[in-house]
Design a protein around this ligand. Structure first.
Ligand code: SF4
Length: 336
């Protein structure tokens, strides 16, 4: 089993058939510890994050308000920033993978996963917000990877059912999952659900995306998703400024479109490394030997990113490479 143990907020087993099902099925035999509030475990000071990362615990908890958050401007394009208000929901906190460039490295005091399972309450609140504010887009996998964890937790089904009831809102689910994904074939594809695959040149995957599926496995999953009729977006984000970066992206982008047909790809999002000021400060403390985190980034507002000239070079080169395969309108630059 992937998780070392389970913590469950008191009363959830009785309240939730989903939780009872997990305990009888996939979590059978795991040590269960009842707790009052997820923060009793998750927010304790001085936790051994690197140790926890190797085999995290899972905390089944109730989501309390807020149920929706305004989308980070770091995930929007400059055109979106004015017109589109997008939001994200928080089905889970923390991710089982460990990408060196991820803001989660400096975000939480724990590497355990928190999974919010009071679906009825969460969906009721989000539905009201959708009707009230006619929300265009809600991201679902902002601080975790629902698709990757679906094989363990069956966590996609409740959210896909919810998306089915709100065809007027687009739900984006970002992932690095790879290989054979059962839900693709088991669930009817939804027009308002966009599966957004994060990809990097294989060399950068090996160097920085620790514990994540290989790029080959992700490409297979993308092909399957397209074949099954799902809407797919590709995210080359963050683009990283490393030795030989240009060669890595050149080689990867030309291979990418021999393995994935560009026609059905809805959009390719590109963005350079960026991280909130506080998160980078904390991540640098936790990972003193990470060259990536200790690069002399510049601060723009509250965000660290590459100096303007470097960022512009990275974006224009990658955009140019993409335009050999897809039209400019389908390339969206995101970030600061
Ligand atoms: S897969 Fe995404 S959320 Fe998980 S560690 Fe990597 S960048 Fe962060």
């Amino acid at each position: 089993m992937f998780f070392s143990r389970i913590y469950i907020e008191r009363g959830l087993v009785e309240e939730s058939p989903y939780v009872a099902g997990l305990l009888k099925g996939r979590f059978k035999g795991l040590r269960v510890t009842p707790i009052n509030h997820y923060k009793d475990i998750f927010s304790r000071p001085r936790q051994e994050i690197e140790l926890q990362k190797r085999r995290p615990a899972i905390i089944l908890a109730r989501k309390r308000p807020p149920y929706l958050y305004e989308g980070s401007r770091l995930c929007r394009s400059s055109a979106d920033a004015v017109e589109v208000s997008d939001y994200y929901a928080l089905p889970m906190m923390n991710c089982p993978m460990s990408c060196e460039y991820c803001f989660l490295r400096g975000m939480y005091p724990s590497a355990h996963l928190v999974y919010f399972v009071n679906f009825d309450e969460v969906f009721e609140e989000i539905s009201s917000a959708i009707y009230e504010h006619s929300m265009g887009k809600i991201a679902l996998s902002f601080e975790s990877d629902l698709v990757y964890l679906d094989s363990i937790l069956r966590c996609l089904e409740p959210w896909l059912d919810f998306a089915r009831q709100h065809p007027e809102t687009t739900f984006e689910i970002r992932t690095k999952a790879g290989g054979r994904l059962h839900f693709l074939k088991e669930t009817r594809p939804l027009k308002n659900v966009r599966l957004a695959w994060s990809l990097s040149p294989p060399r950068l995957h090996t160097a920085f995306e620790h514990g994540s599926p290989s790029i080959g496995a992700r490409l297979k999953a993308i092909r399957d998703a397209i074949e099954c009729g799902w809407q797919v977006t590709i995210c080359l984000d963050p683009i990283l400024y490393t030795i030989s970066w240009e060669g890595h992206y050149m080689e990867f982008i030309s291979k990418l479109f021999t393995q994935v047909p560009p026609g059905p790809i809805q959009e390719v999002q590109i963005g350079v490394f960026r991280m909130g000021k506080e998160q980078l400060k904390e991540a640098r403390k936790r990972y003193p030997s990470s060259q990536l985190l200790h690069y002399p980034y510049e601060i723009v507002g509250n965000t660290y990113t590459y100096p303007k000239k470097v960022a512009e070079t990275l974006l224009s080169k990658v955009k140019g490479l993409l335009m050999e395969h897809i039209t400019e309108e389908r390339i969206r630059i995101v970030g600061v």
